[in-house]
Structures are given as structure tokens and as C-alpha cells.
Design a protein around this ligand. Structure first.
Ligand code: ZN
Length: 134
């Protein structure tokens, strides 16, 4: 499976974005609010993959509590799949616990589903399917 993106939850989106773009040289490819996940997301190109910086919209939300007092923290890794419903079915058949048993809309026009960290040795994993593959 190819890595689609690595998502990092941050405390200060503007400051972190400045570090990634101005100091580290990443190029910003999208910026959008994902109301469904309660975050503002900025995508940065990293080869064929991307880094996604996430700012919680609500500092009382689970994702903000997960980040805690850290300036930034790895939130999830995301892998690209061609047929998300088939992947979900195959994972469930192998006893994998899903957070999303049906695909839902994610960032950047993708369909996504999260696997429960209880089934991934602790790091949250997202599967994503491009709705309109290039
Ligand atoms: Zn993601």
C-alpha cells in the first residue's frame, strides 16, 4: 500500500505552516476545513505523498486532547487504496476493528475510513480512495 499522507495535529497552524514552507521548503497543495473531523487541514507535497497539518477547530475536542500541550504530534498515517469498500470488507473479515465501517468524505475529495488503533498497534490508520483518480 502506498502512503497517501501523514497527518500531524498542531497547536499553532500558522507557525507550523511557516516552518514547513519557509524553513523546510515544502509546497502547500491544499487548505480546507473538514467539518466532519473537526479540523482545518493543510496539505504539503512530499513526493507522491503529502504531509497534512491538522488544527483542531475546537480545543476541547478529542483530537486537541490527543495533542495535549505538544507543539505537534503524529495523529495518523493514511494509505491509498483503489477500492475502499472492498478493503473495509477484507479487513473486517480478518477481525480488524474499524472506526468507519462505511467510507465517508475526507480531505482533498477523498473517500476515507479509519481503522481503530486497537487493531493497529496504537497508531491510527486511515485508508483513502481518490474519488477522481488522476
Ligand atoms: Zn488523513
Amino acid at each position: 500500500m502506498k502512503i497517501d499522507h501523514i497527518a500531524i495535529v498542531v497547536a499553532d497552524l500558522e507557525a507550523t505552516l511557516a516552518i514547513y514552507t519557509q524553513s523546510l521548503g515544502f509546497e502547500q497543495i491544499y487548505r480546507e476545513t473538514i467539518a466532519d473531523q473537526g479540523v482545518e487541514a493543510v496539505g504539503l507535497q512530499a513526493g507522491e505523498s503529502s504531509i497534512e497539518l491538522l488544527r483542531p477547530l475546537d480545543e476541547g475536542s478529542p483530537i486537541a486532547r490527543f495533542r495535549g500541550s505538544a507543539a505537534s504530534k503524529l495523529h495518523h498515517t493514511a494509505y491509498r487504496v483503489d477500492d475502499l469498500p472492498a478493503e473495509i470488507a477484507a479487513l473486517r473479515a480478518r477481525g480488524v476493528r474499524m472506526i468507519d465501517e462505511r467510507p465517508r468524505k475526507g480531505a482533498h475529495g477523498n473517500l476515507i475510513a479509519f481503522i481503530h488503533p486497537a487493531s493497529t498497534a496504537g497508531v491510527l490508520i486511515e485508508l483513502c480512495q481518490q474519488e477522481h483518480p488522476a
